[in-house]
Design a protein around this ligand. Structure first.
Ligand code: SF4
Ligand code: SF4
Length: 320
């Protein structure tokens, strides 16, 4: 019997999701034994033309990581959607827009100007900004278009399942691959991780007070933490109450606050708004000046509350 064909692809990605696949360690041998890898540009020399030559639905599952920023990424997402029976948004960038989605705080022109002309480390004597097309001596070069807005995968093409995390953990990847191979998949649209808040699985949960009050927010690198007490109760901005579990609380266990990479549970519409409202309700201040002093302890509010989810939030992007 032929093996199911599997594709991996990366869009606007840091490469960490690809590393996560390699992190399967010796289990990767079992995966490669069970499936036929037909496309994985970061590791194997397949070309886009190889995918284009495939029949529709020939690929059993395409795992796509990274957000969608360029015209080429859009085209690849559509191509893989046509050729694959199942498309899995792999990792926070594909699932929610991720860290690259914070670029939606600026527009395309501002980003290109800063990166190619204004950043302190730039030496660009000719003041060149990349063009989508350039012709010289009868030759023509084209580059993918750099879109104005970063999007999550499902804002470009239909997605069947979501593997959350920055990156997804080896355990979740193994479980997802196992479920796909055994045909034991939940309804389409499911996020393949438990639908509970991270606090539920955190080993520090018992020390999280029923009624929490905070008079200051602390930064992890400036704080001597008590490793036995809930980080939020210590004034460290932990996104656990507004974030889906499934990572086995790796960050709080390592004494780092959760930054929210698994996204919200199904009951939360906007992860950033949810944690903002949770935080607002525990700030213990008597007047406006005190509220401002306490909130000044959060140096980058949008980067903190919407670190992984700006493109799929209610805000989506800053209008410029
Ligand atoms: S989800 Fe995280 S690890 Fe994966 S590509 Fe995005 S930033 Fe990198
Ligand atoms: S440390 Fe974070 S994840 Fe753990 S119980 Fe406290 S708020 Fe929840």
């Amino acid at each position: 019997m032929s093996k199911p064909k599997v594709a991996f692809y990366w869009c606007a990605s840091c490469g960490g999701c690809e590393e996560a696949v390699v992190d399967l360690a010796e289990d990767i041998l079992a995966v490669t034994e069970a499936v036929e890898l037909v496309f994985w540009p970061v590791a194997l020399d397949f070309k886009r033309a190889d995918v284009e030559a495939m029949q529709e639905d020939e690929i059993a599952v395409a795992f796509i990581n990274g957000a969608i920023r360029t015209s080429e990424q859009e085209e690849m997402a559509h191509l893989l959607r046509r050729k694959a029976q199942l498309v899995v948004a792999f990792g926070a960038c594909s699932h929610l827009g991720g860290v690259p989605g914070l670029a939606n705080l600026w527009d395309r022109g501002t980003i290109l100007r800063y990166v190619y002309q204004e950043a302190p480390s730039v030496a660009n004597g000719l003041n060149v900004i990349p063009q989508e097309m350039w012709s010289e001596d009868g030759r023509r070069v084209t580059l993918p278009a750099f879109r104005n807005t970063v999007r999550a995968l499902n804002q470009v093409t239909p997605v069947d399942y979501y593997l959350p995390g920055c990156p997804p953990t080896p355990k979740l990847i193994k479980e997802a691959v196992g479920a796909i191979l055994e045909g034991k998949l939940p309804p389409k649209g499911t996020v393949l991780a438990p639908d509970v808040a991270l606090c539920e699985e955190c080993p520090l949960k018992a020390s999280k007070p029923e009624k929490l009050t905070l008079t200051e927010f602390k930064r992890p690198h400036r704080t001597m933490m008590d490793p036995t007490t809930c980080l939020l109760a210590q004034g460290l901005l932990c996104m656990g109450p507004a974030t889906r579990g499934g990572c086995e609380a790796l960050c709080p266990t390592g004494h780092m606050p959760c930054t929210g990479c698994f996204g919200p549970t199904s009951r939360v519409k906007d992860q950033g708004a949810k944690i903002l409202s949770a935080i607002a309700s525990v700030v213990d201040a008597k007047d406006e000046g005190e509220i401002e002093r306490i909130l000044a302890g959060i140096p980058d509010p949008i980067g903190t509350f919407y670190r992984y989810s700006l493109p799929t939030s209610i805000l989506r992007r800053r209008v410029l």
